[in-house]
Ligand binder design. Structure first.
Ligand code: KIV
Ligand code: ZN
Length: 386
């Protein structure tokens, strides 16, 4: 089994599907180029049958983005599969991603199909998709709430019909790391598939466990994970790409697998997404949030100034960020003030430092974060009063 984890990015499909994150075709193309620079393996560019705009976005990405495989989602319907194939026709490498709900609640209430009818749809739709693409992914929607033996049967049928990736989505973000580990371990022996067919995990974040669940699935044999930049996606979102990639890299001692991602492009992809969707990630968002490499507390700043590893487990430059990590605010200490003032051309010591520090604390109490412009004004004011 290969130690390489494929990154299937669904920022432009599951991500874009979420309220507040819709993107124009131009914005999708910019984002797709950022994802290609990041070296994701697959870009799910949209759901071609969903709307003419989505079909156009998939076709535009397929035509203009080199490197990753370009995928379109399709229900297990002939019309959807033909729409996906048409939108993907100019892609150098294409994937048709066919899905159908397999859980009892989806079969009974959404699809109104029997167990056998669902299996038959899997058989015929995957086989049809294979007529248009060598690379076909099958997703058993709501796999986590599907009877295990039936899920294994559904995935075996998909593999026999030609699916090359078998995706096991936690559509409603219900599972836990222990449970998904057990499930993937079970599927590893219960599904009848060829050596080259890989398992994939697609986790939603309703309980805040999407990344943890994806990591557990990898430990149990999944060799593709589906994720989105900033973790955008239906409801609480998908597993976040940046967290998954950096967890695998930072804890390679534990996981022993890696992705092909160029992590130094993570900040660029994050900024492109923020611009494309008009939403900045939360300040405390792991990896890419404004606070992810920022230190305001005096004790932390003192440590960081000696050696960043005292309070950081990753280097900002590893994700393409350039920062000294020091945020000047009311919790900052004298070491940080002296260091920042020196960098700004105001070496401070003894009484001079005492005065500056007292004034700095007063300002910080008033305004919170003292940015470079405000700090410069304070230092210049002190200098002119001497
Ligand atoms: O969450 C889900 O089940 C999906 C599938 C279409 C893969 O997004
Ligand atoms: Zn999803």
């Amino acid at each position: 089994m290969t130690d390489r984890i494929r990154i299937f990015d669904t920022t432009l499909r599951d991500g874009e599907q979420a309220p507040g994150f819709s993107m124009t075709v131009d914005a999708k193309l910019r984002m797709a180029k950022a994802l290609a620079a990041l070296q994701v393996d697959v870009i799910e560019a949209g759901f071609a049958a969903a709307s003419p705009g989505d079909a156009q976005a998939v076709a535009t990405v397929a035509r203009n983005v080199e490197g990753p495989t370009i995928a379109s989602l399709a229900r297990a319907h002939e019309g959807d599969i033909r729409a996906a194939a048409e939108a993907l026709k100019d892609a150098a490498n294409k994937r048709i991603h066919v899905f159908i709900g397999t859980s009892p609640i989806h079969r009974e209430f959404k699809l109104k199909l029997s167990r056998e009818q669902v299996l038959e749809k899997i058989r015929t739709s995957v086989a049809l998709a294979r007529e248009f693409a060598d690379d076909v992914e099958f997703s058993a929607e709501d796999a986590i709430r599907t009877e295990r033996d039936y899920l294994a049967e559904a995935l075996s049928i998909a593999a026999a019909a030609g699916a090359t990736t078998l995706n096991v989505p936690d559509t409603v973000g219900y599972t836990t790391p222990d449970e998904i580990f057990d499930l993937f371990t079970f599927l590893g022996t219960a599904v009848d598939k060829g050596e080259d067919v890989i398992f994939s995990a697609h986790n939603h974040d309703d309980l805040g466990l999407a990344v943890a669940n994806s990591l557990a699935a990898i430990r149990a044999g999944a060799r593709q994970v589906e994720c989105a930049v900033h973790g955008i996606g239906e409801r609480a979102g998908n597993a976040s790409l940046e967290s998954l990639v950096m967890a695998l890299r930072t804890r390679s001692d534990h996981y022993g697998v890696d992705t092909a991602i160029d992590a130094t492009k993570i900040m660029a992809a994050s900024r492109t997404l923020a611009q494309a969707t008009n939403h900045q990630p939360a300040r405390n968002k792991p990896i890419v949030g404004a606070n992810a490499f920022a230190h305001e507390a005096g004790i932390h700043q003192h440590g960081i100034l000696q050696n960043r590893a005292t309070y950081e487990i990753m280097k900002p430059e590893d994700i393409g960020l350039s920062t000294d990590g020091i945020v000047m605010g009311k919790h900052s200490g004298r070491h940080a003030l002296a260091s920042r003032a020196k960098a700004l051309g105001f070496p401070l010591e003894g009484e001079k430092l005492d005065k500056a520090f007292a004034e700095f604390k007063t300002v910080a109490d008033e305004i919170g974060v003292v940015d470079t412009a405000r700090l410069l004004a304070l230092l210049e004011g002190l200098e002119s009063r001497r």
